[in-house]
Design a binder for this molecule. Structure first.
Ligand code: NAP
Length: 272
């Protein structure tokens, strides 16, 4: 049987429709906060500002040069946090090496934190008392739910335990009564573990990390990885392997990434 392609577009369209209704007649402002020259952060910022504008959300674009000091960065982030006209703030990582992320993030008002990076929000996620987890793991959950993939009692092998995706996603999956095995860089015999999965989720950043022999026939594959190979965007899982072995899979591009931006906007609804 042909596998189900878990495309991000219909999921994003549904979220967009809901958000249009919720934001109608409301005045909300989203601020992006960027320090330095990281090209990926700049690309992400532009696409966020575009998505916000398309939903009638006002935007504020705060950018500091690569050489900005810790104190300057903290002052600028504090000013945004204290500005009553700003409803949500998205700090774009990575920051330049000389900036202490932990110290800087303390200046972020937890109520305006759009991607669950403030320790207070991380703590609430750990305790299972907030729906506002980070945007990319929430996109994965939205895709799984939209395509009606059951989670309760299912064995999910989460490959990658990064702060942005793997770690928070593990908590969200556990919150839905999935049985989660977490694999990371020092995991022994990764193929033997992924072969046991009902659902494989990869968030590592290594092309072709998951190959055909590592996927059980009929498993669901969620590919969060974004890698550039010869100028082409690919995930962590070989597309050929997904097509041959999976019963349903997210494509790259066109899968998880398509939904992530809208999740930032959805987080703004907590301010309504
Ligand atoms: P990260 O913080 O660098 O975490 C990477 C994780 O992969 C770590 O836990 C690391 O293990 C693990 N790892 C490294 N090599 C491995 C291997 N050979 N086998 C198994 N695990 C391995 O990365 P991230 O920020 O979570 O991002 C992960 C990927 O998702 C990247 O490709 C990123 O571009 C992508 N991403 C996509 C979206 C989207 O919207 N689609 C959004 C955010 C990120 P250790 O913990 O042992 O070091």
């Amino acid at each position: 049987m042909e596998p189900i392609i878990m495309a991000g577009k219909p999921v994003a369209e549904e979220i967009r429709r809901n958000l249009r209704e919720k934001f109608a007649g409301k005045e909300l402002t989203l601020a992006t906060f960027l320090v330095g020259d990281n090209p990926a952060a700049h690309v992400y910022k532009r696409s966020l500002l575009k998505t916000a504008a398309s939903l009638g959300i006002h935007t504020r674009d705060v950018e500091l040069p690569e050489g900005a000091s810790q104190e300057e960065a903290e002052r600028a982030l504090r000013a945004l946090s204290e500005d009553p006209r700003v409803d949500g703030i998205l700090p774009l990582v990575p920051f330049p090496w000389h900036i202490s992320r932990m110290q800087l993030i303390r200046q972020l008002d937890p109520e305006k934190d759009m991607d669950c990076i403030h320790p207070i929000n991380g703590g609430k996620l750990y305790l299972g008392i907030t729906p506002w987890g980070p945007c990319t793991p929430r996109s994965c959950m939205a895709l799984l739910d939209y395509y009606k993939i059951p989670l309760e009692g299912q064995h999910v092998v989460m490959v990658g335990y990064g702060e942005v995706v793997g770690r928070p996603l593990t908590l969200m999956l556990m919150g839905r009564y999935a049985t989660v095995t977490v694999c990371r860089s020092r995991t022994k015999n990764l193929p033997a573990i992924t072969r046991q999965a009902d659902i494989i989720i990869s968030a590592v950043g290594k092309p072709d990390l998951i190959t055909e022999d590592m996927i059980r026939e009929g498993a669901v594959v969620v590919d969060v990885g974004i890698n550039s190979v010869d100028g082409k965007l690919v995930g962590d899982v070989s597309e050929a392997a997904k097509k041959v072995k999976a019963s349903a899979y997210t494509p790259v591009p066109g899968g998880v990434g398509v939904v992530s931006n809208l999740m930032v906007m959805e987080t703004l609804t907590r301010r309504l």
